[in-house]
Design a protein around this ligand. Structure first.
Ligand code: IDP
Ligand code: MG
Length: 151
């Protein structure tokens, strides 16, 4: 099913110069970028985004970190993109993430795991709506879409 997911390159990924490396993996897979912006998230936005973790001991540090510098916020579209993005990203703890995944290849620490991806369809809808206005998301077809998806 064609669906959309919210992906964010966290401040550590931006600071380490990994934007093109990360975006390139989603592009090469064949997913389509339909929304993209750089912003320094407010504390309020970070708190809402990570609201499910508000009672966890790391919540304060996490909010502080996410709002500490520029983040690349994106919406990616494609067949099965929500679950598949999670596979491309790898496990939350980078040392447990398989080689070949973004976290497995590019990170070490759970608190500096460089990328966020929505974990299900409800979360994706909530996060896209939280980070993007409808007018910031574009509907378009890649010129070579027939060569990626039989349709
Ligand atoms: P996810 O990013 O793989 O979906 P979640 O369990 O939803 O992982 O946690 C959200 C984020 O919170 C993680 O990506 C990581 O940055 C941070 N986090 C999760 N667990 C810990 C922890 O035990 N210590 C420090 N940070 C954590
Ligand atoms: Mg999560």
């Amino acid at each position: 099913m064609t669906e959309r997911t919210f992906i964010a390159i966290k401040p550590d990924g931006v600071q380490r110069g990994l934007i093109s490396e990360i975006i390139g993996r989603f592009e090469r897979k064949g997913f389509k970028l339909v929304g993209l912006k750089q912003l320094i998230p407010s504390k309020e936005l970070a708190q809402k985004h990570y609201g499910v973790h508000k009672d966890r001991p790391f919540f304060g540090d996490l909010v502080e970190f996410i709002s500490s510098g520029p983040v690349i916020a994106m919406v990616w579209e494609g067949e099965g993109v929500i679950l598949n993005a999670r596979k491309l990203i790898g496990a939350t703890k980078p040392l447990e993430a398989e080689p070949g995944t973004i976290r497995g290849d590019l990170a070490i620490d759970i608190g500096r795991n460089i990328i966020h991806g929505s974990d299900g369809s409800e979360t994706a809808a909530f996060e896209i709506n939280l980070w993007f206005e409808d007018s910031e998301i574009n509907e378009w077809k890649t010129s070579d879409y027939k060569w990626r998806v039989e349709s």
